[in-house]
Design a protein. Structure first.
Length: 150
């Protein structure tokens, strides 16, 4: 017969853990371990059945993939590209938007986890588009003025 005392001693701690698990499982929907298929109370904790680490909430991941907090150059390019839409004033933002966009793309290439490629490209596209637009307007005005002089 095995010594009962040594078996029972870890029981209170196990009971507490079970209570915690039921409390957290009432708050959120039951999540099942992708490795062993057992229900898990807290997805931030490794699985208690097979110690498989379940990935933390996926919403956070998609959010950080859309807003490149770690790639400021890409963010700057994005906002400069948007503000380049403002007439006259925007002309001075188009070229910096392209430069910031290229810097953002470079840092996204160097460290893929910083992301921001979409923002960088939007900055480059908007910056190029509005710079060309304003340049063509300026050229047209200059051309019209030179024609007027004759
Ligand atoms: Zn598991």
């Amino acid at each position: 017969m095995p010594p009962d005392g040594s078996r029972r001693s870890p029981a209170p701690a196990d009971d507490r853990r079970k209570k915690q698990r039921t409390i957290s499982s009432t708050k959120e929907a039951t999540i099942y371990c992708p490795n062993c298929g057992q229900p898990i109370g807290d997805p931030r904790q490794p699985c208690s059945h097979c110690s498989h680490q379940v990935r933390p909430v996926q919403v956070d991941e998609s959010l950080s993939s859309w807003i490149p907090y770690k790639n400021p150059a890409a963010l700057i390019a994005y906002y400069l590209g948007i503000f380049a839409f403002i007439p006259c004033f925007g002309f001075f933002l188009g070229i910096p938007a392209v430069i910031a966009g290229i810097l953002g793309l470079k840092s996204a290439k160097r460290q893929p986890e910083v992301k921001g490629k979409v923002h960088a490209w939007l900055g480059i596209i908007f910056g190029t588009f509005f710079t060309l637009l304003y340049l063509s307007v300026i050229l047209m005005v200059v051309f019209a003025m030179s024609q007027h002089k004759k």
